[in-house]
Design a protein around this ligand. Sequence first.
Ligand SMILES: [Ca+2]
Ligand SMILES: [Ca+2]
Length: 327
Amino acid sequence: MTLVWTKTYVTLVYSRPTMKVWIIFLLCLAGQAFAASVTGEEPIADELVVEEEELNLEDALEEIVPEGGNPVQVETGEFDDVIEIVEEDVNAENPCLNHHCKKGKVCEVDEENIPMCVCQDPTSCPESVGEYENVCATDNTTYDSSCHFFAHKCSLEGTKKGHKLHLDYIGPCKFIEPCLDAELTEFPLRMRDWLKNVLVTLYERDEENNLLTEKQKLRVKKIYENEKRLQAGDHSLDLLAHDFEKNYNMYIFPVHWQFGQLDQHPSDRFLSHTELSPLRAPLIPMEHCTTRFFEQCDSDNDKYIALEEWAKCFGIKDQDVDQDLVI
Ligand SMILES: [Ca+2]
Ligand SMILES: [Ca+2]
């Protein structure tokens, strides 16, 4: 029952244009960590290294994160199947040039040369080149790529079935073992520690990259200094639990921070299924408690995770939930 808390960050980059999905998987999995086995299976890092490029965090951030951007929020729009932006047509010859359609749709012009978004034909999606492009949807069906999935979802638009259909996780559908109660209890413990590690690492590497805002840096500075005082090495879950109590304050900001990274479409202090996807989708195949965790997080069962619900899931006390920390 020992977790290996190394700081090896594995960054998975799905670089095909079709899937500009970026799962910047900062899910370092805190190096074999977050997803490290409590049951003795192989560290997930091994599973992660498919045929994709493995980059170190620094390289990946330089390549992917726009200046001033935050890696965890990068390209979350890929999962956003709600927003439709229609910009003014500035090109008379090709009205579709600046007419953006949501995922699953493509632009076509009607008889009067007016652009409109229509469902994409799945056969027009680029062929997937590997399993890592597959996605598993909530209908337990494997789709070749997210393009294929969203095209299919579009074809069901207006139906109950279509409304309920979501991208569940990255990769082909597979058997995900049931999450036991004891494992569910450990999950947030490991996750909040992982969030803290991600923040500390961003802070450490922030000098040139501008990965955090000044406000965020101020918050993380304290955590970073505390972190330095803690001994590096292997930590048992017991120790982590003890550590959490002792260093409770260290976890308050990282939990709020992650919420803010996800709460973008719209930023309303509620996380929809779509907003959670950038975190959930890559995590589910590696962490079998992910789905159950997020389900129970939505304690009032309204399909949205409110900031208060989120904080509670990670053991943050009511009095420490602070909207101002979502920065
Ligand atoms: Ca939201
Ligand atoms: Ca809720």
